[in-house]
Design a protein around this ligand. Structure first.
Ligand code: HEM
Ligand SMILES: *[C@@H]1O[C@H](CO)[C@@H](O)[C@H](O)[C@H]1NC(C)=O
Ligand SMILES: *[C@@H]1O[C@H](CO)[C@@H](O)[C@H](O)[C@H]1NC(C)=O
Ligand SMILES: *[C@@H]1O[C@H](CO)[C@@H](O)[C@H](O)[C@H]1NC(C)=O
Ligand SMILES: *[C@@H]1O[C@H](CO)[C@@H](O)[C@H](O)[C@H]1NC(C)=O
Ligand SMILES: *[C@@H]1O[C@H](CO)[C@@H](O)[C@H](O)[C@H]1NC(C)=O
Length: 323
């Protein structure tokens, strides 16, 4: 009711001001944004994601992470997709991204197909938001309506990528503040961390946990040690599963791991370590529906971080470069 009254008041007020109509109609994202502008877009994304995930299940995880790394750096604006050039520094070289982010070719494939049916209409930022959702669905997770209408940045920030993205040795309070800086609260943080129910990580990020920490299941630690030596060197890039129980299934297995002290990163186990997040972890570990419902809402909240709308930014022709 309050929002209806606000809308009516806004219209009355805006009628006095020429520029207001566009502000009212273009500011908010909407699930139907492309329904008339490019009716084929969502189908193309879904089909391509289904193929990519069928070929390699990890790709779904990589695309979900790509969206997170886009949104936490100057908002969900496709900035993470921009390549470095002689006179432009993108975000791909940032510590959390370098040699780590994957899935750019899948986004390119989608963009190429969409451009061929409706050129200059669908943003790379929206393709990424939708690819993340479709990836979760392909891996057995829930679905939600992705809000659309983002535009693409003409800038990127390697500085913000290095500053904003939390690292695997973060404490619970580090994690909370990294999310708070993006307008996400501690509950959202615990919910979105459930994305680690799929995908892989490199030995160098969990080495210290499996050799030096005590709040870890000993059998779990030993099995990882077989493929990740205690010293940096040739095993650095060997992969471990983020969710050892059901590594390629989007479910609540991650939270079950945590209550069994099988979190892969220090930052994962920090959510269940006699701290303020324990209760939420315990709830999700036994209630997948609660996790799924909260995850859908948190993904929408993540996707609402500082989108470019209206006349801001651009619709890139190629997701790797500004027009
Ligand atoms: C809470 C703080 C978080 C930390 C500290 C963190 C850290 C990391 C690290 C270090 C990796 C492995 C990178 C590598 O080995 O190269 C990783 C992988 C991953 N992260 Fe996170 N992450 C966090 C939150 C999130 C969120 C919010 C999402 C998505 C909503 C996400 C999705 C993923 C996925 C799916 C993978 C696996 C990617 C693949 O297999 O390619 N993470 N994360
Ligand atoms: C399928 O996945 C493999 C890695 O498992 C990758 O090298 C290859 O490019 C992928 N093929 C397609 C068509 O996506
Ligand atoms: C950067 O270099 C590209 C060619 O790689 C050129 O088209 C563009 O105009 C340059 N931009 C600036 C701001 O110098
Ligand atoms: C975090 O935000 C969500 C939705 O934005 C809300 O439902 C939840 O109660 C909040 N949690 C806290 C601890 O403020
Ligand atoms: C060990 O690491 C390699 C290279 O990343 C990976 O392909 C393999 O699945 C890992 N083995 C185990 C048992 O985790
Ligand atoms: C909490 O602390 C107690 C006592 O030190 C310990 O037995 C228990 O395993 C801890 N629980 C968690 C979740 O760390």
């Amino acid at each position: 009711m309050a929002s209806v009254i606000f809308f009516v008041k806004s219209i009355v007020f805006c009628m006095a001001l020429v520029f207001c109509w566009s502000a009212l109609t273009e500011a908010a994202l909407s699930p139907t944004f492309y329904d008339t502008k490019c009716p084929q877009a969502l189908k193309i994304i879904k089909t391509t994601i289904a193929q990519a995930v069928a070929n390699e299940s990890r790709m779904g995880a990589s695309l979900l992470r790509l969206f997170f790394h886009d949104c936490f750096v100057q908002g969900c604006d496709g900035s993470v997709l921009l390549d470095d050039t002689a006179n432009f520094t993108g975000e791909k070289g940032a510590g959390p991204n370098f040699n780590s982010l994957r899935g750019f070719e899948v986004i390119d494939t989608i963009k190429l197909q969409i451009e061929s049916v409706c050129s200059g209409v669908v943003s790379c930022a929206d393709i990424l938001a939708t690819a993340a959702r479709d990836s979760v669905v392909q891996l057995g997770g829930l679905t939600w309506d992705v809000l659309l209408g983002r535009r693409d940045a003409r800038t990127a920030s390697i500085t913000a990528a290095n500053r904003n993205l939390p690292g695997p040795t973060s404490s619970l309070s580090n994690l909370k503040s990294a999310f708070k800086a993006q307008g996400m609260n501690a509950t959202d943080m615990v919910t979105l961390s459930g994305a680690h129910t799929i995908g892989n990580a490199r030995c160098l990020f969990y080495r210290s946990r499996i050799y030096s920490e005590t709040n870890i299941d000993q059998t779990f630690a030993a099995s990882l040690q077989a493929n990740c030596s205690s010293n940096s060197g040739p095993t650095d890039n060997n992969l471990g599963f983020l969710d050892v129980t059901t590594p390629t299934l989007f479910d609540n297995g991650y939270y079950q791991d945590l209550i069994n002290f099988k979190g892969l990163f220090h930052s994962d186990q920090a959510l269940f370590n006699n701290g303020t997040a324990d209760a939420q972890v315990t709830t999700y570990s036994s209630d997948q529906i609660a996790f799924f419902n909260d995850f859908a809402a948190a993904m929408i909240k993540l996707g609402n971080i500082k989108p470019l709308t209206g006349k801001k930014g651009e619709i890139r022709k190629n997701c790797r470069s500004v027009n």
